[in-house]
Ligand binder design. Structure first.
Ligand SMILES: [Zn+2]
Length: 388
C-alpha cells in the first residue's frame, strides 16, 4: 500500500499522527512503514528526513515501491498509533537549498543554455554541475539575478500536468520522465520536474551564495549555500577575517593587501633586491638582474607575457595539466616549455645544427634559411624538471 505523502500536501508540516503498517528488521535497525508520513525520502538530490516516531529515533528515510520506509533505531508494533516529528530545522535548510538551486539552475539555463547535470547536498556545500563554462563575471551576474528572485518573494507553484499539457511546458529535467510528472514552477525564474520539497515563496530562501566554481568534465561544478547555512558559513568567514584584521592591524576589507605586503617583505628577505616596477619588464638589463612579478594565476601570467614578453622562450612549471594546456595554447612564443628550462632554446638542442648569433626575437629561424624558415614555428617542449 502506498504511503500517504503528507510532505507533498504541506512541506512545512513538522508533526503528524499515523499508524504503523509494518515493522521489519533491516540493515539500519528497523524498517518502519506508516499509513501516512511527513518524512521525505531521499530523492532528487535531497537527503531523507530524520526525526522521531513516538520517541524512537528515525536515522534516515527511503522510498521503496511507493512505500516510505523509516529507518528506526527501535522496533514499533504493527497497528500501533505513533506521533511523528521530523527534524524540521534540518528539513527547512534542505528546502532553502533546494529551491535556491532551482533558481540558480533556471537563471543559468536561460542565460547560457546550460543543463544542470548533477546536484548533491553535501555536509559542507551543495554542489551543482553544469554542462558549460562560466567566467567569474558570469557567476557574479547569475548570483545577483538569483538573489533578485529571492527578494521578489515569488510564490512557488507545484502542479501535476497531464501528458498533453506537459508537452507545452518548457521544463528542465535530468531524464526522460514517464507517468505522473511533478512540476515545480518559480514564475519567471524556472520550471523544473522535481520530487523534492520546496519553500512556499522565494523570500523564504533568504540568500543564495556561490562559493566556488571549478572546471568539471566539459563544464563547471559550483559550490553553493542558501538561507541559514549560507548565513552560518558567511558568519564564520567574517569572524576569520575579523581575527586576521586584528592580527595585521588592517581594516576588514584591506586584509588581503596587508597579507600581500607581509609576503612581499618575506620574499624580499629570501631574495634580496628592490621591488620591480612596470618598466623593469620591458628593460634589457645586460646584467644578472631578474625582474619578478607574482600573479594570481595562469591567465594573469599569460597576459603579462603577452604585454612584456619578447616572443622568444617562455615556460610554465606546473602540475595542473589544464594550466599547462592553457599556457601552451595561449603563449605565442617561438619556444614554449612545460616543466623544463627555457635555456634549451638553440639550434643545436633542437637538432638543426649550430647557431649563428643570438636573438631575442620570435622571428628567429632555427635551421637552414629559406621561406619556410622565415614563417614562424612554435616549438613546444615538455619535460619533467630538466635544466641545462
Ligand atoms: Zn529539484
Amino acid at each position: 500500500m502506498a504511503t500517504e505523502k503528507l510532505y507533498y500536501q504541506d512541506a512545512h508540516q513538522a508533526a503528524f499522527e499515523a499508524r504503523v503498517v509494518s515493522c521489519q528488521p533491516g540493515k539500519h535497525g528497523y524498517d518502519v512503514v506508516l499509513d501516512r508520513t511527513c518524512f521525505y525520502p531521499e530523492g532528487g538530490g535531497q537527503p531523507g528526513d530524520t526525526g522521531f516516531l513516538s520517541g524512537v529515533r528515525v536515522t534516515d528515510t527511503h522510498e521503496r515501491g511507493g512505500e516510505i520506509v523509516h529507518f528506526c533505531e527501535q522496533p514499533l508494533s504493527e497497528g500501533q498509533s505513533v506521533e511523528g516529528r521530523i527534524d524540521y530545522a534540518r528539513r527547512f535548510e534542505f528546502m532553502q537549498l533546494h529551491s535556491g538551486e532551482h533558481i540558480l539552475s533556471g537563471v543559468i539555463h536561460r542565460r547560457f543554455g546550460y543543463e544542470n547535470v548533477g546536484f548533491h547536498m553535501g555536509a559542507d556545500f551543495v554542489t551543482i554541475d553544469f554542462s558549460g563554462m562560466l567566467t567569474q563575471e558570469d557567476l557574479s551576474a547569475v548570483e545577483a539575478e538569483a538573489n533578485e528572485w529571492v527578494w521578489k518573494n515569488v510564490p512557488i507553484e507545484i502542479t501535476y500536468p497531464d501528458a498533453e499539457a506537459l508537452k507545452t511546458i518548457p521544463y528542465r529535467s535530468k531524464k526522460e520522465l514517464t507517468g505522473q510528472v511533478r512540476i515545480v514552477t518559480i514564475p519567471g525564474a524556472d520550471i523544473c520536474a522535481c520530487c523534492g520539497t520546496h519553500v512556499s515563496s522565494t523570500g523564504e530562501i533568504g540568500l543564495i551564495k556561490i562559493f566556488s566554481c571549478v572546471k568539471f568534465h566539459d563544464g563547471v561544478r559550483l559550490e553553493i549555500l542558501c538561507g541559514r547555512r549560507a548565513l552560518a558559513y558567511l558568519s564564520e568567514i567574517a569572524e576569520q577575517n575579523r581575527r586576521v584584521s586584528g592580527l595585521l592591524s588592517a581594516k576588514p576589507l584591506e586584509t588581503a593587501a596587508a597579507v600581500r605586503r607581509l609576503l612581499d617583505a618575506e620574499a624580499a628577505q629570501i631574495i634580496p633586491g628592490t621591488p620591480a616596477g612596470e618598466r623593469d619588464f620591458d628593460t634589457d638589463f645586460l646584467d644578472y638582474i631578474l625582474a619578478v612579478k607574482v600573479v594570481d594565476g595562469v591567465e594573469a601570467a599569460i597576459e603579462h607575457i603577452a604585454r612584456h614578453g619578447t616572443g622568444h622562450s617562455d615556460a610554465i612549471v606546473a602540475r595542473d595539466e589544464a594550466a599547462q594546456r592553457r599556457f601552451v595554447q595561449a603563449v605565442d612564443s617561438a619556444a614554449v616549455y612545460v616543466n623544463a628550462s627555457t635555456r634549451f632554446t638553440d639550434g643545436g638542442e633542437f637538432g638543426l645544427g649550430c647557431e649563428m648569433g643570438i636573438s631575442t626575437q620570435k622571428l628567429h629561424a632555427r635551421g637552414p634559411m629559406g621561406l619556410e624558415e622565415l614563417t614562424t614555428y612554435k616549438y613546444v617542449v615538455r619535460g619533467n624538471g630538466q635544466i641545462r
